[in-house]
Design a protein around this ligand. Structure first.
Ligand SMILES: NC(=O)c1ccc[n+]([C@@H]2O[C@H](COP(=O)([O-])OP(=O)(O)OC[C@H]3O[C@@H](n4cnc5c(N)ncnc54)[C@H](O)[C@@H]3O)[C@@H](O)[C@H]2O)c1
Ligand SMILES: [Zn+2]
Length: 352
């Protein structure tokens, strides 16, 4: 099979390319090498021998059309990631992620490529799943700055103000994007679903949880929390853990995410035409951000983390996945455990 991997020079995309090659597939990498993802100092090396690279933007219709020639399936990883610097970044996010996806899908519709695996994200859910002892499953809204300033980090029951128990979010949970990036990731899914219906395509979104591992970008406003901690440790500083460190996340290793993509790309052609399906892609093993920082400090041999009480508006408190659907339907499971993954990540190279 020949797969067009958009964003294939990025953190996750480059591991997808590797996983596909290991399974005997051919790839075409399509990447704009965005400066936010590839600062001048870290321009990715030239493509390995035999690999086809196209340096272009997914918003460039002619380049996309050309790239789709002879391709069996598309793995769409290209996107601007992270929370960004401030709201002024919004047009760039929407341009790269949503206009970019629309152009890609329009060209797929025109060229007869019918199989799509999209890099989705758990950010589409907003706050994860919560239960109130009296009111059952509830959906707390965004946290107020006044509560966060006062160190009240846990969302409370919107009906009675009681404390809530966080649980694992399933794919059918309603979407509730809380920031620009999250809105663009949800719009990508809606576009993919509309494309599948209109063109008889088969679309899948793998909603990754917090992905970490070798090649993760360094700490920029566009990076993930594991890379902030790693970068601090490299500078000889203690990782700075926001809030009280008890935020729950599902940290999934990039090799497992790449394998999920490869397995899904092989399976997607068997699916019903016109359908769109989302799959949580997590380790299934929730941990707190504080635990992750401690694990990294230990494995790196650096100073213990500092819990600062700072916060970022737009961050959610807890979000952990129920990835049972992906396990049940594809037999995929995360293979890299938390301690093992963090221990090797503490010493593995970052990008940029
Ligand atoms: N890293 C995570 O924890 C995480 C979690 C959930 C979802 N995702 C999704 O996974 C995908 C890959 O993310 P990543 O962490 O590898 O980020 P990354 O920044 O390392 O990779 C993204 C790549 O896409 C390219 N790109 C961006 N916009 C483009 C455009 N318009 N045209 C062509 N290329 C473009 C960038 O140059 C970069 O190489 C993204 O879609 C992201 O939303 C990532
Ligand atoms: Zn209640």
């Amino acid at each position: 099979m020949r797969v067009l991997v958009t964003g294939g020079a990025g953190f996750i995309g480059s591991h997808v390319v590797e996983a596909l090659a290991e399974r005997g597939h051919e790839t075409v990498v399509f990447d704009a090498l965005l400066p936010s993802a590839h600062p001048e100092t870290s321009r990715p090396p030239r493509p390995p021998a035999g690999q086809r690279w196209i340096v272009a933007d997914v918003r460039d219709r002619a380049a996309v059309r050309e790239a789709l020639r002879g391709v069996d399936a598309v793995c769409h990883q290209a996107a601007m990631v992270g929370l960004g610097k401030d709201f002024a970044d919004a047009p760039e996010y929407v341009g790269c992620n949503d206009l970019g996806t629309a152009v890609l899908l329009a060209e797929m519709a025109g060229s007869g490529v019918r199989d799509l695996v999209l890099a989705g994200s758990m950010v589409v859910y907003g706050e994860g799943r919560y239960e109130c002892a009296r009111h059952g499953v509830v959906r707390p809204g965004p946290r107020a700055a006044a509560d966060l300033d006062a160190g009240r980090f846990e969302p409370l029951c919107p009906d009675c103000g009681a404390e809530l128990t966080p649980g694992r979010v399933g794919e059918d949970a309603p979407a509730d994007p809380r920031n620009v990036y999250a809105s663009t990731k949800l719009a990508q899914e809606h576009l993919a679903a509309a494309w599948a219906r209109a063109s008889g395509g088969r679309a899948v979104s793998l909603r990754y949880h917090n992905v970490y591992g070798p090649g993760m970008p360094r700490d920029t406003p566009y990076a993930g929390v594991a890379s902030f901690f790693r970068s601090s440790l490299e500078r000889g500083e203690a990782p700075r853990v926001f809030e009280d460190g008890c935020q729950r996340r599902d940290f999934v290793h990039v090799r497992d995410v790449a394998a999920a993509n490869a397995v899904m790309l092989e399976a997607v052609r068997e699916r019903e035409a016109g359908a769109f399906t989302a799959y949580n892609t997590g380790s299934g093993e929730p941990h707190t951000v504080g635990e992750m920082a401690r694990e990294l400090s230990r494995a790196f041999g650096g100073p213990a983390p500092t819990v600062t009480g700072e916060y970022r508006l737009g961050d959610v408190r807890h979000i952990t996945a129920d990835s049972g659907r992906l396990r049940a339907e594809l037999g995929w499971r995360a293979e890299v455990g938390f301690t093992e993954g963090m221990t090797t990540f503490a010493k593995s190279p970052l990008r940029g």
